[in-house]
Write a protein that binds this ligand. Structure first.
Ligand SMILES: [Zn+2]
Length: 483
């Protein structure tokens, strides 16, 4: 059998997190609102109204274009894309066609190692990036067709990649990276379940290493990363089966049925000519002012992959740590602030952060910058442990105490008397008490079961409410038991 490779391009629609819609003052995010409550004459296309462009949409679109290393166009235009559908009250969608906001970027996609081979980087071209308004939503209920216009005019950026992805896994990795980047840049919540990030996939196959393109099929509107991976995989396998059986691949539009795990053929798609694009006469061309653009681009944060490399170089972190600490922007900022405040070995901060603080963040489902346990407090706790004022266990329990109360670690240590007891006579008194209360265990220790020493240490720690230094306790117990 021929060895095939997949050729995949993705079209993503990204909902920008602006406060208001793209051409009117209606609230953009309607996720929790009843149908048709965030609408006005502009977004429902009543006669005689005029759209006004929301500057924040252009700003966020440009930030994304810059992160994709795309060529930002100094002049771009809005166009009308004409088609008839009940969720589109104007009869056209305002979009950008031949003069989009940006073109010609790329995304460097690190693909992790898998059973198929080592890690590598895939260069994914971005053909174009344009702004447009969303349409409404229709649904069937009790035999009636209902329309919700809340989504009409919600700002979207559409981004189209080249046919550069080579497997269902790479397509999934692309979406994971894109979602991370959108959140990092603060321009979209990028929640696929809520439709903030929607994806259509163009899929074809060819003999591995060939440089021509075969006819492709388009998979529409898949709404989770898992589903994108599954749908593409199913389609690749179908195309291989068809080709091997000597049948041609037709340029179908397919819809993924998530419950059945199958693709269904949809109506044949309009071609570009059917949309009768023409310039939107109610909006001016978008001309970017040089100084405005420069000021905007100056607000660009360092990107996740760059920060990951810097963390390895500047702080000497292993790749694994750098990867985790740069999954999310506020976590990476938290780490750097804690390192500054601590002043010691960055790897030590990374360990505390990845083992314990990350657990708290995940349990609470919040971002690092929302913790009561600030980077300064984390640094203070590590210093308390380093200087021997508290032992490691007390240090770990301090993390939760600071988070719960919001008090400074030093304050809690004082108030609760948590400072480590390494004074041998105090520990000896507690140890003697423990031995006196546990004659059976003492007998079994003396009969040779010396591993029970750990249990005695535990009891001493318990009685001292965690304050005893475990090493000192261990030594004293051994002495007492050998008598
Ligand atoms: Zn409106």
């Amino acid at each position: 059998m021929t060895d095939y490779e997949a050729v995949i391009g993705l079209e993503t629609h990204i909902q920008l997190n602006t406060t208001t819609k793209i051409f009117c003052a209606c609230k953009a995010d309607s996720w929790n609102d009843p149908p048709n409550t965030n609408i006005c004459p502009v977004c429902t296309g009543l006669p005689g109204v005029l759209p006004v462009l929301n500057e924040a949409v252009v700003e966020k679109g440009i930030i994304l274009a810059a992160a994709m290393h795309a060529d930002i166009q100094k002049v771009s235009f809005f166009d009308r894309k004409n088609y008839f559908y009940p969720d589109l009250p104007k009869g056209y969608q305002i979009s950008q066609y031949d003069r989009p906001l940006a073109r010609g970027g790329f995304l460097e996609l690190p693909v992790p190692a898998s059973a198929d081979g080592p890690a590598y980087i895939r260069h994914v071209a971005i053909h174009k990036l344009h702004m447009e308004e969303d349409a409404g939503k229709t649904k069937n209920e009790d035999g009636r067709r209902l329309i919700d216009f809340n989504r009409c005019g919600v700002p979207l950026v559409e981004m189209v990649t080249g046919p550069d992805l080579r497997s269902a896994d790479e397509a999934a990795q692309y979406l994971i990276r894109l979602r991370q980047l959108l959140r990092w840049l603060g321009i979209s919540e990028a929640d696929m379940e809520k439709g903030h990030l929607r994806c259509d996939a163009n899929v074809s196959i060819r003999p591995r290493g060939a440089d021509y393109l075969n006819p492709k099929t388009e998979i529409k509107n898949v709404n989770s990363i898992v589903a994108v991976r599954e749908a593409i995989q199913v389609e690749i396998e179908r195309q291989i089966r068809e080709t091997e059986a000597g049948r041609r691949i037709e340029a179908w539009t397919l819809e993924w049925d998530e419950d059945a795990g199958v693709l269904r053929k949809m109506r044949s798609k309009e071609t570009e000519a059917d949309y009768r694009y023409f310039r939107e006469p109610d909006l001016l061309p978008i001309k970017l002012d040089e100084a405005w653009l420069e000021a905007l681009l100056a607000t660009m944060p360092e990107l996740p992959l760059e920060r990951r490399v810097r963390f390895m170089q500047q702080y000497g972190l292993p790749e694994y740590d750098a990867d985790i600490l740069t999954t999310e922007r506020s976590l990476s900022e938290y780490f750097e602030e804690a390192v500054r405040s601590y002043g010691g070995d960055p790897k030590r901060v990374s360990n505390w952060l990845m083992n314990d603080v990350l657990r708290m963040i995940n349990e609470k489902g919040i971002a690092a910058n929302e913790l009561n346990l600030t980077p300064d407090y984390l640094a203070e706790i590590i210093k308390l442990v380093d200087s021997g004022i508290v032992n490691t266990n007390t240090g770990k329990s301090l993390l939760d105490k600071v988070e719960q109360t919001g008090f400074a670690p030093g304050e809690i240590v004082q108030k609760e008397g948590l400072a480590k007891v390494s004074d041998a006579s105090a520990i000896e008194a507690v140890a003697a008490e423990v031995l006196a209360e546990s004659p059976d265990q003492v007998a079994s220790y003396k009969s040779g079961k010396t591993t029970i020493i750990g249990w005695f240490v535990g009891q001493v720690m318990k009685k001292s409410r965690g304050k005893a230094d475990p090493q000192t306790a261990h030594k004293i117990l051994e002495e007492l038991l050998s008598k």
